[in-house]
Design a protein around this ligand. Structure first.
Ligand code: COI
Length: 363
């Protein structure tokens, strides 16, 4: 979807952080803790369509208590990153893929689709205003969080007639506190993330809200993430609370659960499918049963397991735990193929390897 009318106005933040304050944050940003000086906003109504694109000082959004999103969760979001290359230029990674996924999510949540040029323009204008916030060095990046919510003040249950689109930016280091160390995963026996015909393929806040109780259970068992099975047979591996999964087999093939309608179509997942093919692996999208994960890990036919996502990048999985058991992958450390795929991906993102697929967009 495109429209050629994108332009935003800019209102500088008179209370922007000082250089010293910003640099202290960029030294050790963590994940999701700090936000830049500006944010992007735009509004939609049925009569006008998308309008009032603006980059304004970052700050609280004032919501009437009857704002629809607070009651019926009509909300979607995206996650993508901007990377500083060695020459100081800043690049986003596959932003059109995020724009298109946001359009699909909008359709499912009965929200208006944001044209691709608005999505790309919002990223460009916010990162341009806050380019000093894009961290360089190590594996730091500027995490971008576009989101859209029902902003009409109305308690009837119907699609909102006023919708707000926003983008905030957050300097980021590793998502997990241990950096790129391998993490353990808890298998949720009681809960599913999404059901057939539900919103599992959409990136909406509700899916993440539903993952929080099982995620808490995972933490109580010393695990960093929770794994979900399908809601019908409780047999097929879907994804983690906020990441897709890959399995490396002893014959060198790489398998990821096929998109079922209740799995998020991860941009990192899709990029890894391509990168693994480029590296010469046999890559297969098919159903993966929980027995295959458990037994394959135990008998050595699955040699490596990893999670992936924009925030998590590629995170090795050391073990799967469940009530009464544990299956440890390989020697519990990051495997060679996981490490190679991870390096191939981040080398493209940071401009150290050729961008063969035209994935990078200069800001
Ligand atoms: C992302 O990877 O961008 C996500 O939205 C998932 C979340 C765990 C931060």
């Amino acid at each position: 979807m495109t429209s050629n009318h994108f332009a935003s106005r800019f209102e500088p933040n008179p209370n922007a952080k000082t250089d010293g304050q910003r640099e202290a944050i960029l030294d050790n940003p963590g994940f999701g803790n700090h936000f830049t000086d500006h944010m992007f906003l735009a509004e939609w109504t049925p009569g006008t369509g998308w309008a009032d694109a603006r980059v304004v000082p970052y700050g609280p959004l004032m919501l009437d208590p009857a704002t629809a999103v607070l009651h019926y969760a009509q909300e979607i979001f995206e996650g993508l990153k901007a990377y500083v290359h060695e020459d100081g230029s800043i690049w986003s990674f596959r932003p059109e893929a995020n724009a298109e996924r946001m359009q699909r999510s909008a359709h499912r949540l009965a929200l208006p689709e944001l044209p691709t040029d608005w999505f790309l323009g919002s990223i460009r204008d916010l990162v341009t205003a806050d380019r000093a916030w894009a961290p360089s060095g190590g594996e730091k990046s500027l995490y971008l969080r576009p989101f859209m919510y029902a902003s009409e003040v109305f308690l009837g249950v119907r699609p909102s007639q006023h919708v707000t689109y926003a983008v905030i930016a957050s300097p980021a280091g590793a998502y997990f506190p241990g950096g790129v160390e391998a993490v353990s995963i808890w298998l949720s026996s009681e809960y599913s993330r999404a059901g057939t015909g539900g919103t599992g393929a959409a990136k909406c806040g509700g899916n993440y809200a539903a993952s929080l109780l099982p995620q808490q259970e995972a933490a109580q068992h010393g695990c960093a993430q929770v794994a979900f099975l399908d809601s019908t047979e409780h047999k097929w591996v879907e994804e983690l609370g906020g990441m897709n999964l890959f399995f490396v087999h002893s014959d060198g093939s790489i398998v990821t659960p096929e998109l079922s309608g209740s799995i998020l179509e991860g941009v990192t997942r899709d990029s890894i499918l391509q990168i693994a093919r480029d590296l010469g692996y046999d890559v297969i999208e098919r159903r993966v049963s929980i027995d295959e994960w458990r037994d394959g890990t135990a008998d050595g036919s699955i040699t490596e397991v990893f999670a992936c996502g924009t925030a998590a990048v590629v995170t090795p999985i050391s073990s799967l735990k469940w009530d009464g058991g544990e299956a440890v992958s390989g020697d519990g450390e990051a495997g060679k193929i996981t490490t190679d795929i991870r390096s191939a991906l981040v080398d493209i993102q940071y401009g150290r390897a050729a961008d063969r697929h035209g994935w990078l967009h200069q800001i």
